[in-house]
Write a protein that binds this ligand. Structure first.
Ligand code: PEP
Ligand code: MG
Length: 605
């Protein structure tokens, strides 16, 4: 993909967040913000009743439209149906709905003005909330309101209905509902000013495979309807009115990218085996049962990490045992006979939701998080364990516990599992009594005690996302210290080696499920360190399999031994800069490698 490096930044280039990959070239289709014209009208008393009715009608139509979209696209949406349901509920949320009706009547104003005023108040309240998850939910409120504004302006139509040629939609904000209705034959990508990787719209775009860049400041002010636009959703940039030369380069990049992804798809269903016969398990990280199809499509040999918290943080109430059981059972039945590793709740830190009350903490990453919360909220934990055990009768389940720091925690989680098993025996419910229990190794104390812990559990999975954060004392979400968050720090690599050795000495499997596992840059080292399995985002699987199939165990082992001798990140980078292009020329042209390693941190080490 050398052409990627020939594309320099042009003055018409704007940057945002790449949320759904792909490269497309097309015409701008600019969508206005309808109805938000800020018109403030005073109405006479006799008009107020009709104004209230007009607002109620708009909200009612919005509800009908959303319900229709939900039903019409249910199979496209899978688990995301709950996103639309939550939007329907928001329409009638008292803070905005009742308040708007109140303002119309008390202040004698038009519905648009009253609605905007209620939204402003709610926006102020949300912006002062400490909890990031709740703060971000206001984005959803804004998206639902957009539909109501559109209806108040008398526009009942789908904003994308008139599109007849290939376009890239440019819009301030886009709701998941509008995204789901996009016709991918016509709308080949989209750009928004708001949102980010974890917004619901981004999730839907990834599920549907629509290339998208979000969070591009002022793009609706800069782009003009009909302009030519390049959307490079691999790197998060867009180019407006590119020069002919640049456009040709992007067309070439697009062709190469397509060829590359087609070529890569071929590797999805080949075994993850080196040239000299070393096999590793390549699995997928998913958060929702609906993502299982994508995991299988991209060749996952199992689910290496099911992050079970999504079902808790996306809802107002905690799911009960029956609901959890049904989700887990579906996952296990459909994946059977492939293994599924479900991690118990990892809430706290950067993840929370309305169903879970967390204390106000100065350092949430070091606070009541993950297994600590489960061991405190015993009822919630035992509901999840009972649901998991019941589901274990339907496939090959492994249960994994997050953020284990001590032997005492291992003892307590095992006691909790035994209690749940005894309950089920008493109730006459079946479960797999040979079920494997494992832990995430993601804090330094677990690394240091790995030899003892390995004798207490059936497997280890190294969570490098957190391990790097805790080992290097670098907040994983803090951009001010992002340059210090370095997977190739020798301290991190030595820790991985220590965990692999401790696990293997005790005869258990050691896998890795942090982001590192899905990055081709780290693959040869991780293979060489002796990991038995790698779990990653489904889309990364074919790339990683291809790299594995180009490697030999002997070479990667000697690479890892060599790298473990280095003292600094710079030494590791320098060695890889020579090694990777030589052994994997197709994946790593020198320029690409330099770019990948450019975070190398000068004086910091
Ligand atoms: C990790 O910490 O590496 C991990 C996989 O878990 P999460 O990213 O969910 O914390
Ligand atoms: Mg983690």
């Amino acid at each position: 993909m050398a052409v990627e490096n020939q594309i320099h930044v042009s003055p018409n280039t704007l940057f945002g967040i790449a949320v759904s990959p792909g490269v497309v070239i097309g015409k701008v289709f600019l969508v206005d913000d309808p109805g938000r014209n800020g018109r403030h009208l005073y109405l006479s008393q006799d008009k107020l009743e009709e104004e209230v009715r007009r607002f109620k009608r708009a909200v009612g139509t919005a509800e009908d439209q959303l319900a229709e979209i939900r039903d019409q696209f249910a199979d496209r949406l899978n688990d995301y149906v709950s996103i639309i349901d939550s939007h329907i509920l928001m329409l009638k949320d008292g803070m905005i709905y009742n308040s708007t009706l109140d303002i119309i009547e008390k202040e004698g104003v038009n519905a648009e003005w009253a609605f905007e005023k209620s939204l402003d108040r709610a926006r102020n309240i949300f912006s002062s909330i400490d909890d990031q998850y709740l703060r971000e939910r206001f984005l959803d409120v804004e998206q639902v309101s957009q539909r109501v504004f559109r209806l108040l302006a008398g526009d009942e139509n789908d904003p994308f209905a008139d599109i007849t040629e290939n376009v890239i939609v440019v819009v301030r904000d886009l709701s998941p509902e509008d995204t789901i209705r996009m016709n991918p034959d016509r709308i080949i990508g989209f750009v928004t000013e708001t949102g980010g990787r974890t917004s619901h719209t981004a999730i839907v775009a990834r599920t549907l495979g629509i290339p998208a860049v979000m969070g591009v400041d002022d793009v609706t002010q800069t782009a003009v309807n009909g302009d030519e636009i390049v959307l490079d959703a691999n790197s998060g940039r867009i180019v407006l009115n590119p020069s002919r030369e640049l456009c040709e380069k992007y067309q070439e990049y697009q062709r190469q990218h397509l060829r590359y992804t087609e070529q890569i798809a071929f590797y999805a269903h080949l075994p993850a085996e080196t040239i000299d016969g070393l096999r590793v398990q390549v699995e997928a990280n998913i958060e929702m049962v609906g993502e299982m199809g994508q995991a299988l499509q991209y060749g996952a040999g199992g689910i290496g990490l099911f992050r079970s918290e999504y079902y808790y943080i996306s809802r107002r109430d905690k799911p009960d045992e029956e609901t959890l059981f049904e989700w887990y059972r579906e996952l296990l039945t459909k994946m059977s006979p492939l293994p599924v590793t479900i991690r118990t709740l990892d809430i706290g830190g950067d993840k929370s939701g309305p169903a879970i009350t967390l204390p106000d903490e100065k350092n949430p990453a070091l606070g009541l998080r993950a297994i600590r919360l489960s061991l405190k909220e015993r009822e919630m934990f035992s509901v999840q364990l009972r649901a998991l055990l019941r589901a274990s009768a339907y496939g090959k389940l492994q249960i994994m516990f997050p953020m284990i720091t001590s032997m005492c925690e291992i003892r307590r989680v095992k006691e909790a599992v035994i209690r749940a098993a005894e309950d089920l025996l008493r109730d006459g419910l079946p479960f797999d009594d040979d079920l494997k229990l494992g832990i995430m190794v993601e804090v330094p104390s677990a690394v240091v005690l790995a030899d003892h812990m390995a004798r207490e559990v059936d497997f280890f999975s190294i969570g490098t996302n957190d391990l790097i954060q805790y080992a290097l004392a670098v907040d994983r979400g803090n951009r001010h210290v992002a340059h210090l968050y370095e997977p190739l720090n020798p301290a991190v690599l030595r820790m991985i080696k220590q965990v692999v050795d401790a696990g293997h000495d005790a005869g258990i499997e050691v896998k890795i499920c942090g982001e590192m596992a899905g990055d081709t840059l780290y693959l040869p080292i991780l293979l060489g360190l002796g990991l038995d399995g790698l779990s990653m985002h489904p889309l990364a699987i074919p790339y990683i399999k291809r790299m594995i199939r180009k490697s030999t165990a002997e070479e990667v082992e000697s690479l890892a031994s060599r790298i473990l001798l280095f003292k600094s990140v710079q030494e590791v980078h320098a060695y890889l800069t020579a090694y990777l292009p030589k052994h994997y020329p197709e994946e790593f042209g020198t320029e690409r490698l330099e770019r990948l390693l450019q975070t190398c941190c000068g004086d910091h080490f």
